[in-house]
Ligand binder design. Structure first.
Ligand code: NAD
Length: 352
């Protein structure tokens, strides 16, 4: 029996491939890393994928796992991601071809994103950077520019802020839970969640335009699909209050970045907290890098914490691949519709 072939198209670290080598797999490594996700082109990945049994890795930005890649091997069983997002994988094609796609929504990942979203909101509204800078540089003591925003409702009649959550999935739902004691008004837009999810999260269900018009904080937690691509563009930014801020820890292309830059320059909105960008790494000449403290940037690290990051996702992804190679349905299947077809093709056919 020839050794099963595993292509690690974007190695997280050596743990990604050592386990496969230990069980006798033939391992091919792509060049994307967590630090630089650009990696190989689609054509290069397709060439690596010839006769592969499994493709696995973290996010890639320079290429896609598309039909050409999946057709490179008739025996491809699984495409496994170490991350929550599978937006660079054509999951519908995988389902059509009988290939399982797995992902890794570990709490270390999605829980980290929720905490970073809270940090973005507090940094933009409570001004710790400006207050600290004023002290360190001795430039100001109690100036009006250091006035921050009270977030929650108060007994004196101050109504508190309205937070609009776009996408009430794992991250949006946990965010609502974390915000509850802050006594803000929470509204959300998610046409794919049942009403009881909104009720249990104590969140009012609204349409997207209402959310944009009424929110003081708009925070994006959708997955990237053709429908959510540029779902926040010039029209939508124009609906937001001039005093509102926009937070994005989801995926860069959910926002039309050019329209966002214009909205910030024209002061159509008051600020933005961005962890993700249309092109990653964010080009050095991006106007976003030139903006003042109304814009808070981070290099797609929302979930990156000591002892967390993608480490647990690597564990999940590796285990999912090993199960698929043993002819067992892996645990964290994204395209669940494929399972009956996959069982017919691969169940019980162990390669390791
Ligand atoms: P999830 O699948 O649990 O939730 C996504 C929600 O978006 C779902 O409830 C879905 O119904 C909703 N949705 C889909 N299409 C929609 C639409 N057109 N309009 C409104 N809502 C829509 O995903 P999650 O785990 O909560 O992750 C949310 C996002 O965060 C994803 O884009 C993921 O890639 C991203 N993420 C980013 C990082 C980071 O490092 N910045 C880390 C983890 C996840």
């Amino acid at each position: 029996m020839t050794a099963p072939k595993v292509v690690v198209f974007a190695p997280g670290d050596q743990r990604s491939y050592e386990r496969f080598e230990e069980v006798g797999c033939d391992v091919t490594l792509g060049k994307a890393s967590w630090a630089d996700p650009t990696g190989n082109t689609t054509e290069e990945i397709a060439a690596m994928a010839v006769d592969a049994d499994a493709l696995v890795g973290t996010s890639i930005k320079g290429g896609r796992i598309d039909r050409s890649v999946m057709l490179a091997s008739e025996q491809l069983r699984i495409v496994a991601k170490y991350t929550v997002g599978v937006d660079e994988v054509d999951t519908d094609v995988a389902t059509e071809l009988g290939i399982i796609v797995t992902h890794a929504p570990t709490e270390a990942n999605w829980g980290g994103v929720v905490e970073t979203t809270m940090q973005q909101m507090l940094t933009l509204l409570k001004k710790p950077r400006q207050r600290d800078e004023a002290m360190k540089h001795g430039t100001a003591w109690r100036t009006p520019a250091l006035t921050a925003t009270h977030i929650g409702r108060r007994e004196d009649g101050y109504p508190g802020l309205t937070v609009g959550i776009v996408g009430l999935g794992r991250i949006g739902g946990r965010l609502a839970q974390m915000l509850a004691p802050w006594r803000v008004r929470m509204i959300a837009y998610d046409p794919y969640q049942p009403i009881d999810r909104f009720i249990h999260a104590n969140v009012e269900r609204v349409d997207l335009d209402t959310l944009l018009q009424e929110s003081d904080v708009v925070t994006l937690h959708v997955i990237l699909t053709p429908e959510t691509h540029h779902m926040i563009g010039e029209r939508e930014l124009g609906l937001m209050k001039p005093s509102a801020i926009l937070l994005n820890t989801s995926r860069g292309p959910v926002i039309d970045e050019k329209a966002l830059v214009a909205a910030l320059q024209n002061e159509t909105i008051a600020g933005a907290g961005l962890d993700v960008f249309e092109v990653e790494p964010l080009p050095m000449d991006s106007p976003l890098r030139q903006m003042d403290e109304r814009v808070l940037l981070s290099p797609h690290v929302a979930a990156h914490n000591h002892g967390a990051g993608i480490g647990p996702g690597i564990e999940w992804g590796t285990e999912d691949v090993l199960r698929a190679l043993r002819g067992e349905v892996p645990e964290h299947v994204f395209n669940k519709d494929v399972i009956p077809r996959w069982r017919e093709r691969f169940e019980g056919r162990a390669l390791i």
